[in-house]
Structure formats: C-alpha cells, structure tokens
Design a protein around this ligand. Sequence first.
Ligand SMILES: CC(C)(COP(=O)(O)OP(=O)(O)OC[C@H]1O[C@@H](n2cnc3c(N)ncnc32)[C@H](O)[C@@H]1OP(=O)(O)O)[C@@H](O)C(=O)NCCC(=O)NCCS
Length: 151
Amino acid sequence: MSLDIRACNAAQLPMDLLLEADPHLPYVQAYLADGHCYLAERDGVVVGVYVLQARSHATLELMNIAVDPSCQAQGIGTQLLQHALYSAKQLGATRLEVATGSFGHQLTFYQRAGLRVYAVEPDYFLQHYPEPLFEQGLQHKDRLRLAIDLN
Ligand SMILES: CC(C)(COP(=O)(O)OP(=O)(O)OC[C@H]1O[C@@H](n2cnc3c(N)ncnc32)[C@H](O)[C@@H]1OP(=O)(O)O)[C@@H](O)C(=O)NCCC(=O)NCCS
C-alpha cells in the first residue's frame, strides 16, 4: 500500500487529525490561514497531515504533523517528516523549526530526523493553552524549540 503525499488546500485537512497534534482550535485555525498544507493518502483515505508556515524569508516552521491514530507506528510519520524537509527546501527555506513538548515520543521522532534543540520555553503550555495537556500521565509545562539546517 503506497503513500501519496501532496500539497493541498487547508479545507482538505481533517480537523480531528490536526487537533491530535495541537488541541487548541484557534491556534490551528490561525496557521491554516497562511500555512502550506500537505496530506498523505493511502488507498484514497487521508492518513496523515502536516502544515508549514513561514517565520522569515529563509525559515519555515512545521506547525502541525499528525498521523491517524489507527495508522501510527507504521512509518508514515517518518515519511511525512522527510517530505516536510523536502518541501521546506523546495519553498526556498534554509532552516526548518518545530516546537514540541519536553518529553515523549514526538521529541525522539524529531531528533531522529536530525532536528536539534536550540531553546526552551519554560511554562509555555501553562501560559498558552487553556486546558492542561497530559501525556503518559505527566503534564506538559515547558516547550522545546528544535531546528535543522536544510543546506
Ligand atoms: C508523532 C507522529 C506524527 C509520529 O507518526 P508515526 O506514523 O506514528 O511515526 P512512525 O511510525 O514513523 O514512528 C516514529 C517512531 O515513533 C514511535 N512511535 C510512534 N507512535 C508512538 C506512540 N504513540 N508511542 C510511542 N512511540 C511511538 C515509533 O515506534 C517509531 O519509533 P521506532 O522507529 O523506534 O519504531 C504520531 O505519533 C502522531 O500523529 N501523534 C499525534 C500528533 C502529535 O503528537 N504530533 C506532533 C506534535 S509535536
């Protein structure tokens, strides 16, 4: 079963999937408005999404990446992330950034692809999200910013 990853309109991205990565709807709607949107289809069914947004003329940020829960841990996320690196280069960026929680498999996922931590935002999730975010029984408080040089 091959995966078809392609650029699309924001309206084509399933909101429930976007909210898997970022549970605060207003944030998601804000970056969908001017983001570069991509989806992954397998057998005609959307199984993954990602969104890039410009931070400066040479830097793009991966604002959202998500794989349908029933299809996770099958390598789709890794293919999406590699595609995001490729797309960012195609869009003229020399740096890709991403922000994520300070623990969990997402952090390993990004680091395995070569992204490195360059900043810590203490209390970010406490200050910017209306609902507490828990994973593996632990509350997300601090946010890490990671980046990779695309040259
Ligand atoms: C992060 C995410 C996109 C990874 O997608 P995926 O298709 O599961 O990723 P892959 O199959 O390529 O797996 C990458 C690694 O993560 C591991 N992994 C994936 N899901 C996992 C989970 N729920 N718990 C623990 N490890 C997990 C895989 O086992 C794999 O590790 P391995 O190479 O050592 O086997 C996916 O888990 C997801 O959509 N999560 C919810 C949304 C989210 O958190 N997005 C990121 C926001 S910062």
